[in-house]
Design a protein around this ligand. Structure first.
Ligand code: ATP
Ligand code: MG
Length: 423
């Protein structure tokens, strides 16, 4: 799929560039060709002018041009030897010419502007000439002067230009194609990565949802088949636990999906962090007592607060304290510390004396569904979304979250949030 898109992108890129290059090359071609034709016509006009001035007119009645004297040696000394001259009588008969005799005479057609004519030769390709024909004489027509220059003066350089432009365009298109391929590859990389992540997330989410559903189904079947009320009670308890787990999972997924879409409106209010942490610890107190964990808190700076969404911040610390309690063995210690950090930052540390997290797992810790020890985490009902949600909330509040951990010693989670002055 990505390869096809990449190919299509590169192809479009190349096709558009090729089209633009073709338009530019055509423009250049016509511009150069027109300039060349104009130059040839200018030369012809100039020759007409020079020859016109050197005509020797005899004052007879009517006056006429002395052809022999005007065009000595049957050839005019011209700077350009490609130029041919023809002199016609007022009646239109050719009296004198520098063109070779075996060429057919082009019919006289007076025109101030350049004309391109073709003369059929007895053998070989026809001769193409650019001509200007001008009537001579001030008051009375003396005759017609026709000046010709071979058309290859235009076609030869333009043909070379076409070859050069063709090679240039093809070369450029090839280079642009290669660059397009590279660029589209670069453009595809983040898309491919995010697609891969999405695929992984969907697979994980379906797996997490399917498992409890299958267990619920089995329990329902057993309860239906077994009329023993005690057995049924047991099945219902399992179902209740699993539906609660499913509900929490769906809730977490929904929260993350809303965060991703950016549609959540954060209700910003001033939150006294100290009070909020106390509430969280109070809620988690029972778990701590159950697990015989010493849950303590130290407030270094009093009265500090932040601007944010109370529910989200509460969820953040509940997740973190819950993890600390969950992954610390009985009789361990969990300590929460609140302090201020310059400039205008609040630091909250959640320190536990638990199993710790291996160094290689730390980079993936905040990924969705990631669990260091899936078996251990699952037995406690974890789905691996807690820290992903925590990071999302912290980022929403322009904060930072970090993990420091040593296997066997414990874990410290550091949360930095920008401080806000209370009202
Ligand atoms: P959930 O929080 O969604 O119920 P969970 O606790 O498994 O599930 P996270 O909170 O995201 O998921 O934690 C991810 C993993 O990181 C956990 O499975 C656990 O292995 C490890 N972990 C998190 N906090 C700690 C901690 N304080 N000490 C040791 N390991 C931890
Ligand atoms: Mg957790």
């Amino acid at each position: 799929m990505f390869q096809t898109t990449r190919r299509r992108l590169a192809l479009w890129y190349t096709a558009v560039t090729a089209l633009l290059l073709l338009i530019i090359a055509t423009g250049v071609y016509f511009y150069v060709r027109n300039t060349l034709v104009e130059r040839v016509d200018d030369t012809l006009n100039h020759v007409v002018e020079v020859v016109g001035r050197s005509l020797i007119i005899e004052n007879t009645t009517p006056p006429h041009v002395n052809v022999e004297a005007s065009f000595p040696n049957n050839a005019v000394a011209l700077e350009d030897d490609h130029i041919d001259l023809e002199w016609f009588s007022p009646a239109g008969d050719r009296l004198w010419s520098t063109l070779s005799d075996n060429l057919a005479i082009v019919p006289l057609h007076p025109s101030m502007f350049g004309e391109t004519v073709q003369i059929q030769r007895s053998s070989g390709a026809p001769l193409i000439l650019r001509q200007i024909t001008q009537a001579m004489g001030d008051r009375q027509l003396l005759g017609y002067l026709r000046v010709s220059e071979p058309w290859f003066e235009v076609t030869k350089p333009t043909r070379e230009l076409v070859v050069d432009l063709g090679i240039g365009t093809v070369g450029m298109v090839a280079i642009v194609g290669a660059i397009g391929w590279l660029l589209s590859g670069l453009a595809m990389t983040p898309i491919r990565d995010s697609y891969q992540r999405l695929k992984q997330f969907t697979a994980d989410a379906s797996h997490e949802l399917r498992n409890p559903v299958a267990v619920i189904q089995t329990n329902v079947q057993v309860a239906i088949a077994d009329p023993d009320p005690q057995q049924q009670q047991q099945n219902l308890q399992v179902i209740e636990r699993l539906t609660r787990r499913l509900g929490r999972l769906v809730d977490d997924l929904l929260f993350l999906a809303r965060q991703d879409s950016g549609i959540v409106q954060v209700r910003t209010e001033w939150i006294a962090i100290e009070d909020l942490l106390e509430e969280v610890l109070e809620e988690q107190g029972m778990t701590a007592v159950d697990r015989e964990i010493d849950l303590t808190m130290a407030i270094e700076t009093k009265g500090v607060g932040i601007l944010g969404d109370r529910d989200q911040i509460s969820r953040l610390f509940t997740n973190l304290v819950d993890n600390a309690l969950q992954y610390t063995p009985e009789k361990g210690k969990v300590h929460v510390e609140l302090s201020k950090r310059n400039p205008a930052q609040i630091l909250i540390k959640i320190i536990d004396t638990g199993a710790g997290i291996p160094e290689e797992s730390i980079p993936q810790l905040f990924e969705r569904f990631y669990r260091v020890d899936p078996a251990r985490s699952k037995s406690s009902g974890g789905t691996g979304l807690g820290l992903a949600i925590a990071r999302s909330i912290v980022e929403n509040h322009q904060g930072q979250i970090q993990v420091e951990s040593k296997v066997g010693t414990g874990t410290t989670i550091l949360v930095m949030l920008p401080e806000a002055i209370g009202v």
